[in-house]
Design a protein around this ligand. Structure first.
Ligand code: NDP
Length: 284
């Protein structure tokens, strides 16, 4: 039987409408959540992500500032900008769009964001709290993935989850969140032997590799939940995931599409974290 397709667009729209209500309630208490996004340089993909984030803020009523900086900005100047935003009471969340130009250390920049305003969840303090189960902002893409699995109606506890990819922004944090949800987690990567065999053990398979259609039907156990995080440009320039959608949909029980799966959830979780940040900072 063909897999049920989990629409990230629909789940994201549901969460955004709840957020809109929550922002209205906060505004009545004199709290207006605010997000600042810093974009350095003119990378077209980054420009498009930043536009999406600003549009998302507008949709749910969050105040937003997009701060555009020339690619020649020095690291010191960029840190100064973050200092200013760390102190700005209109701003509850700060995000620096990655990648940054080569002469700037991404780690130094991220580490400079006040942890209470780190709505991307990338600062060492947030990541450390995620590892030890402390209070933190959940990183946006991994959090979105967990929400999508939950919306499939399948329980995570006790399941074997295999995550292909071990990046700091997707693979590692989503593995930690799955562990917190009581899955038994295997993390696979480019050096994993017999990858297809490992993947076939998964009840829940999360693929975050960045290689178009790498995961075919031979990687998937019958009835598995498959979450495709990959965003790649196919030969025809259209967006395509890391999973061979047509082949895998005949085997999986649930499958996310690309586009329209994990992507819409990422920005939505950023909006959720910004509202959460406003509540924490203003002690609402
Ligand atoms: P990275 O390039 O940082 O990490 C890729 C991971 O995949 C690495 O751990 C790498 O292993 C592993 N890998 C690479 N090739 C293979 C292979 N042949 N077999 C097994 N594992 C392999 O990517 P990201 O995690 O940042 O992103 C992954 C994908 O998700 C990309 O397509 C990206 O565009 C997309 N993405 C989508 C988002 C969304 O909102 N929808 C958000 C973020 C990312 P190793 O560590 O050994 O090198």
């Amino acid at each position: 039987m063909a897999a049920e397709i989990i629409s990230g667009k629909e789940v994201a729209a549901d969460i955004r409408s709840q957020l809109r209500e929550e922002v209205l309630g906060l505004k009545e208490k004199g709290i207006h959540p605010g997000l600042a996004v810093i974009l350095v340089g003119e990378d077209p993909a980054s420009q498009s992500y930043v536009k999406g984030k600003a549009r998302g803020c507008e949709e749910v009523g969050i105040y937003s500032e997009v701060i555009l900086k020339d690619a020649s900005i020095t690291q010191e100047e960029l840190l100064g900008e973050i200092d200013r935003l760390n102190k700005d009471s209109k701003i509850h969340g700060i995000l620096v769009q990655l990648p940054l130009p080569k002469h700037i250390s991404e780690n130094a920049v991220i580490d400079h964001i006040a942890p209470e305003k780190d709505v991307d969840g990338f600062t060492p303090v947030n990541v450390g709290n995620l590892v030890i189960g402390g209070e933190c902002y959940l990183p946006c893409t991994p959090h979105g993935i967990i929400e999508l699995i939950k919306r499939s109606g399948r329980s995570i506890a006790g399941k074997h989850a295999v995550v292909i990819g071990r990046s700091n922004i997707v693979g590692k944090p989503v593995s930690l969140l799955l562990l917190q949800e009581n899955a038994t987690v295997t993390i696979a990567h480019s050096r994993t032997a017999n990858l297809a065999e490992v993947a076939r053990q998964a009840d829940i398979l999360v693929v975050a590799v960045g290689r178009a259609k790498m995961v075919g039907a031979d990687y998937v156990k019958s009835g598995a939940v498959v979450i495709d995080v990959g965003v790649n440009r196919g030969e025809d320039k259209k967006l395509v995931g890391d999973v061979d959608f047509e082949g895998v949909k005949e085997i999986a029980s649930f499958l996310t599409p690309v586009p329209g799966g994990v992507g819409p959830m990422t920005i939505t979780m950023l909006l959720k974290n910004t509202v959460e940040a406003a509540k924490r900072i203003c002690k609402a």
